[in-house]
Write a protein that binds this ligand. Structure first.
Ligand SMILES: NC(=O)c1ccc[n+]([C@@H]2O[C@H](COP(=O)([O-])OP(=O)(O)OC[C@H]3O[C@@H](n4cnc5c(N)ncnc54)[C@H](O)[C@@H]3O)[C@@H](O)[C@H]2O)c1
Length: 254
């Protein structure tokens, strides 16, 4: 399949973190379909391989919280694959304890921030070093609608704090690297059926409560985020930086 010109990624190199399942697997798929050479970077190598193999993509073990590993793997992938055009900071964990802040354990807070915020910092830092040298590149930060508002469905303070920080980091980086030919944007999904929430979507009562909050009346499937991700990863968004693209079935519209 050949994608039309602004979406064609032939000759481009993309790294997707957390590509072993859920949204990351859908993102790796659409980038490969659009012609990119894709590296699926995951803490779970078997899951990365399951994503990569049918796509003819590369699988690599990467824990985004491991500073030394990120500093080694990202430039190595760029050297081996012929550059780094797109980084998708997708790896993330949910706030599964779901307790209000006065009951949040420090170790839990730090773990969520380590993956959902520090991981974005570490991977972006390594990728930007390559992209600045190249004079081009795109970073897509997978944030959340809960980076733009608090969560009414259940308390997720660490997650909301991390995603809010990712949204504003995106704006900051958009400004800092605009003149360097690098675009940095955030994709903010609403509720998507993945493993992130530890199976809560399998609970019919919880799912009904959730869907009642979505103007479109349903949660999304991961494939429904592919188009937005491709927009932010391709020349179609070349005059767009520091922005957030919200794909949430209308949740944050009012
Ligand atoms: N599912 C949703 O409703 C939803 C909504 C908004 C935003 N998001 C965001 O989308 C992104 C993808 O989440 P998902 O829903 O596909 O969840 P998921 O749990 O299905 O996938 C997350 C992937 O990230 C990997 N991962 C976790 N920690 C990692 C680490 N330290 N290093 C490398 N890989 C790691 C996991 O192994 C897994 O493969 C996350 O950033 C999440 O916050 C999800």
């Amino acid at each position: 399949m050949t994608y039309p010109e602004p979406f064609d990624l032939t000759g481009r190199v993309a790294v997707v973190t957390g590509a072993g399942g859920g949204l990351g697997r859908a993102f790796a798929g659409v980038l490969a379909e659009a012609g990119a050479t894709v590296a699926c970077a995951e803490r779970d190598l078997a899951a990365a391989t399951a994503t990569a193999a049918p796509l003819g993509a590369v699988a690599v073990e990467l824990d985004v919280t491991d500073e030394d590993q990120v500093a080694e793997v990202v430039p190595r992938l760029a050297a081996e694959l012929g550059g780094l055009d797109v980084l998708v900071n997708n790896a993330g964990i949910g706030d599964l304890r779901s307790v209000p802040l006065h009951r949040v354990r420090t170790e839990h807070w730090r773990r969520v921030l380590a993956v959902d915020l520090d991981g974005v910092f570490l991977c972006s830092r390594a990728a930007l070093a390559v992209m600045v040298e190249q004079g081009s590149g795109k970073i897509v930060n997978v944030a959340s609608m809960f980076g733009l508002s608090g969560a009414r469905i259940s308390p997720i303070p660490a997650y909301s704090a991390a995603k809010g920080a990712v949204v504003n980091l995106t704006r900051e980086l958009g400004l800092q690297y605009a003149a360097a030919g690098i675009q940095v944007n955030a994709l903010c999904p609403g509720f998507v059926r993945t493993g992130l929430s530890g199976g809560v979507y399998e609970n019919p009562e919880f799912l009904a409560r959730l869907q009642a909050q979505v103007p479109m009346g349903r949660i999304a499937e991961p494939a429904e985020l592919r188009g937005a991700l491709l927009l932010l990863s391709s020349a179609a968004s070349d005059y767009m930086t520091g922005q957030t693209l919200v794909v949430d079935g209308g949740c944050t519209a009012g």
